[in-house]
Design a protein around this ligand. Structure first.
Ligand code: OXD
Ligand code: MN
Length: 608
């Protein structure tokens, strides 16, 4: 059993920090500005460059939050929603050209293009600084410059990392306060750590031609200009917790991944934790807070995180995970009582909605809400049907609102991971679930991930693209080096998690989904966990280990035996084409570990 005594581990980590914390505590009468001279000096330098009308240091208090909120309401940037049915909920509308991450405007600035890899857009750091300097110069005239000190991860965790975001967007402040631990406590931790990631953000004029999201991994700094959208503007999220952190993680021997973390408790009472990577808008939030089907009595799911996992090898040789975030920035459309009852309940109070539609009762509305009809679309226009809510409309809400949030979420040590899961959105080929034969095979499986694009990034949706480990848009360096780093993690793990791939999205010839998904995904999770404790055996196939159908819990399942077998159908010709396409893809990346080619060779000879 993998449960452990969290109280003891907590004491162990916290005690290490106590003398230093007391020293910083003694300074708590100092103003925020004085608490950390390194931050103060940097803010002053940036302010002289951006020329704001005033500077606001965020302390993270409720009072501050309400005053910023009221300012936004007064200026028409935030609308209060129905206070009876959605208390303390607000609607924000973004500029119609600013609704998603912009991968083509996102850059990694390393000394050489090779270090950034073909998976990233590259810019020379000197040129990038010059370009950004021009854009930021005087950009905050007449505006307030907010200083947001934040901590990613529990404040007392040795794995937590801090940053400071400078922004001229009040929307960013409100969202960052939900998504991370901001304010005085974060600044104290920065004073202790003696370092922080520097993030500069300005919405500028929201001109798409002057929109740049630029990262300098070697300098641990980020510059984002011209967008107010979450993934481009909440710099702690994708920019810091993934792009900058993945670079740091490689140097320091850990992993920063685009993964949910969930705890699964069996009726016998033991809990296992799973880390699962899926591309954006492929159901991570739904899986992380899944409600078990009625027939799986006694099973419980707890959410640790829904988007990002920082993973470290523990002294015990297991892989441990923390969620660096403190909130959810989830996709709204499709959320209802059937698909995700926990999320549906969670977003009925204390939530910021972005780009949803409105009903006549001033309630938020989105496709799949199943109640009422919209009268205003996401741009505030009278509704005539179509996409009333934007397909990438979002909710921002604290993890504390999640009825199934894990009590281990704040554990400074994290949770021990039993299984790693990779999943993509693929209409054909990839079976519902299969298991890797060993760590290297699992890493290659993750590297092979492909998925149909979604509305979370700008550009066409539904196009199949390779998205290794669901990190294509987020890996702050060369994919070849990243895969080698993943392979190398095995040396640090005496008891590594098992690795699986899932595909909830396989369709039949008529284009209908073969698998019901949502709560029923727990049946597949159960099989994976049974594998982790060697409770069931598996079928060795050309692509990996597949379940024996009798080992899948189908009690009460609304899928026929025919559908189930189609979900595991191994299309040999299709897989041979896949192997060829992977060889080609890997050869384009550069620096690909040889073992991937060995694994592909083995796969094609078995398929042949
Ligand atoms: C997200 C994304 O917002 O992946 O989490 O786009
Ligand atoms: Mn994400």
């Amino acid at each position: 059993m993998l449960a452990w005594d969290s109280e003891d581990a907590h004491a162990l980590v916290v005690n290490k920090h106590v003398p230093q914390l007391m020293a910083v505590e003694a300074q708590s009468l100092l103003s925020l500005e004085q608490l950390c001279p390194a931050v103060r000096d940097w803010v002053q330098e940036m302010a002289s460059w951006m020329e704001p009308a005033d500077i606001h240091w965020c302390d993270g208090s409720d009072q501050e939050h309400h005053s910023i909120e009221h300012g936004m309401i007064r200026r028409g940037e935030l609308t209060e929603l129905n206070a009876n049915t959605f208390p303390n909920c607000f609607l924000a509308r973004s500029h119609p050209n600013d609704v998603a991450r912009v991968e083509d405007r996102t850059f990694i600035c390393t000394d050489s293009p090779e270090a950034a890899g073909r998976n990233n857009n590259w810019m020379n750091p000197v040129e990038a600084h010059a370009l950004m300097r021009g854009l930021f110069a005087g950009c905050m005239r007449g505006r307030t410059l907010y200083v947001i000190p934040y901590c990613l991860g529990p404040l007392d965790s040795p794995y937590a990392r801090c940053g400071v975001e400078i922004t001229d967007s009040a929307y960013v402040v409100l969202n960052m306060r939900i998504m991370t631990r901001i304010g005085i406590e974060a600044l104290k931790r920065i004073a202790l750590d003696g370092k922080f990631v520097k993030g500069l953000h300005s919405t500028g004029t929201l001109d798409p031609a002057r929109r740049y999201i630029v990262h300098y991994p070697a300098e641990a700094s980020i510059e984002s200009f011209g967008s107010g959208y979450g993934g481009n503007a909440l710099l702690a999220k994708k920019c810091h917790a993934l792009r900058i952190a993945s670079w740091q993680a490689r140097n320091e021997g850990w992993l920063a991944e685009h993964m949910l973390i969930m705890g699964v408790q069996s009726p016998a009472g033991d809990t296992h934790y799973i880390a699962a990577a899926f591309p954006s808008a492929c159901g991570k939030t739904n899986l992380a807070m899944l409600t078990p089907p009625a027939t799986m009595n006694g099973w419980k799911v707890f959410t640790v995180g829904d988007d990002i996992a920082w993973l470290h090898a523990g002294d015990d040789g297991r892989l441990w995970a923390i969620n660096p975030e403190a909130g959810y920035f989830g996709v709204v459309p499709g959320t209802n009582r059937d698909t995700n009852p926990n999320a549906f309940e969670m977003i009925h109070r204390d939530t910021i909605f972005t780009n949803v539609a409105l009903t006549a009762d001033n309630e938020p509305w989105w496709e799949g809400r199943k109640k009422n009809q919209p009268v205003k679309d996401w741009q505030g226009r009278d509704c005539t049907g179509g996409n009333a809510a934007h397909p990438n409309s979002r909710f921002t809400v604290s993890v504390q609102r999640n009825p199934v949030q894990s009590t281990e979420s704040d554990n400074p040590r994290g949770v021990p991971i039993s299984a790693i899961v990779f999943g993509g959105r693929r209409a054909s080929l990839v079976p519902l679930v299969y298991e890797a034969e060993d760590w290297a095979h699992g890493v290659m499986m993750g590297a092979s991930l492909a998925s149909e694009t979604t509305a979370a990034m700008s550009g066409e949706t539904g196009v199949l693209r390779r998205d290794p480990m669901a990190m294509k848009p987020f890996c702050g360096y060369n994919m070849g080096d990243y895969w080698k780093h993943w392979l190398g993690m095995e040396q640090r793990l005496r008891n590594p998690p098992r690795i699986f791939q899932v595909n909830w999205f396989r369709k039949d010839l008529k284009g209908s989904y073969l698998w019901p998904g949502f709560g029923d995904n727990l049946r597949i999770v159960q099989w994976m966990l049974d594998r982790c404790v060697n409770k069931v055996s598996a079928l060795e196939t050309a692509i990996g280990r597949m379940p024996m159908l009798a080992d899948i819990n189908v009690e009460g399942l609304n899928a026929s035996a025919e559908e189930l077998s189609q979900l595991f159908n191994l299309d040999r010709a299709g897989w041979l084409r896949e192997v060829e396409s992977l060889r080609e893809y890997f050869s384009q990346q550069g620096g690909v570990p040889n073992i991937f080619y060995d694994k592909l060779h083995l796969m094609s000879s078995r398929l042949g």
